[in-house]
Design a binder for this molecule. Sequence first.
Ligand code: NAD
Length: 482
Amino acid sequence: MSESAAYGNFIAGAWHAGARETLENRNPSDLDDVIGHYACAEQADVDAAVAAARAALPAWADAELETRHAVLNRIGTELMARKDELGRLLAREEGKTLPEATGEVARAGQFFSFYAGEVLRNFGELAPSVRPGIEVEVRREPIGVVGLITPWNFPAAIPAWKIAPALAYGNTVVFKPAELVPGTAWALAEIIGRSGIPEGAFNMVMGHGAVVGEALLGHDDVAGISFTGSVETGRHVARRCAEGFKKVQLELGGKNPLVVLDDADVETAADAALNGAYSGSGQKCTASERLIVTQGIHDRFVEALIAKLQDYKVGHALAADSKMGPLVDERQLDKSLGYIALAQQEGAELVFGGQRLNRETRGHYLAPALFTGTHNDMRINREEMFGPIAAVQRVRDYDEALEKANDTSFGLTSGICTTSLKHATHFKQHSAAGIATVNLPTGGMDYHVPFGGKKMSSYGPREQGQHARDFYTVTKTAYTKV
Ligand code: NAD
């Protein structure tokens, strides 16, 4: 495989090879499989992308609604039509299983279709004035050029849920995908580039956060940054945006609890935990790393979950019988192995998995790990592990479960498994998270309603659904004497 970048950055409607360095994209299920080399942008590329987005802004912001609607619809339709092919690419570069990856590409398409509709629903408000003979309008205007910075764990869905509303509300975009997953990003940019979108309205610059991300954060012509990633980077992004008076939206980590009460259906609870903790190899901000279980059901729940884990085959992301793929890279694997060792040092009991696995192809395989006998002060119950590891805590009753569930610095999602309407209702009202689920996993959300958390999990306006408008538009109040 040649070292030259086969895949360039997309700037001002054209493809550009990077200057020197390339991003090598390797398959985490098979380290001998190189997917491609992708251009690495530098400051000058970011400057060119922002300049193109700025130049394209007036025409795109004022484009006929049906033009914007049609562009978004075309992107959504193509993504859905090619979900199998692009799902293979996504599974190959990120390591989630083929059904998960195909579903994610389809979901990306749904975001574009949804926001195609929202183009036509960007209504303003008409208010009576406190002064006679005057009419007040509140209009929604695009904020300008937006920088969209995304993580590696949802290479299609997260870019889609930022790019689609950004464009729908008339902003122009500079998109910076994660270093580990440039392949899906490139395919998405290629589709957007052919959608009839005007030159410069959408740009993509691949490369390192410290170069490309920083260049976006420091650019005076970028009006807003929507960022999804780690708390550490997010804090830095928020600081830099404050310095430059940029609008900012952050979606960060999670340490999501799944509460299981004595009256739960044990199969429902074990299914919710299996999916919540281990799908996507646990590399999800919505993953339920904490399983908080009342004493009457504890042993039956653990037994049912272990039985399901025994059938949860770990293998190549593209293999038909794989239920869980590898971790995305060596760093994530080492991080998980580190937490597994730490949990044992802290006194937790490893009751399933946790060991590195060898498969026919060389990859970052790990057996999903389950701990029991843990308590909420242990580091495995406080820090985001971002791997296929879950820790069970035994609690007395609902009150203790809720207290433990809320005792965390994160607040993205939370779930409860119960047949009690009273407890389900109380939990929905009192769990300190932005999303609460009942008898469902803590991950796997709809695309037409808001997504986001509390505390360290999110900052700024919500993403997704119509609420995304709060970030991607700014109000203008107009007064008319009639
Ligand atoms: P990360 O913070 O390392 O990187 C995220 C993005 O930021 C990447 O594109 C990276 O290149 C870029 N970046 C890095 N340094 C930067 C800098 N100095 N300036 C600007 N950009 C910079 O996160 P990650 O490892 O890619 O993703 C995992 C994290 O994302 C986890 O914490 C996870 O919980 C979180 N996440 C949150 C959500 C959510 O919606 N809440 C969804 C998915 C993932």
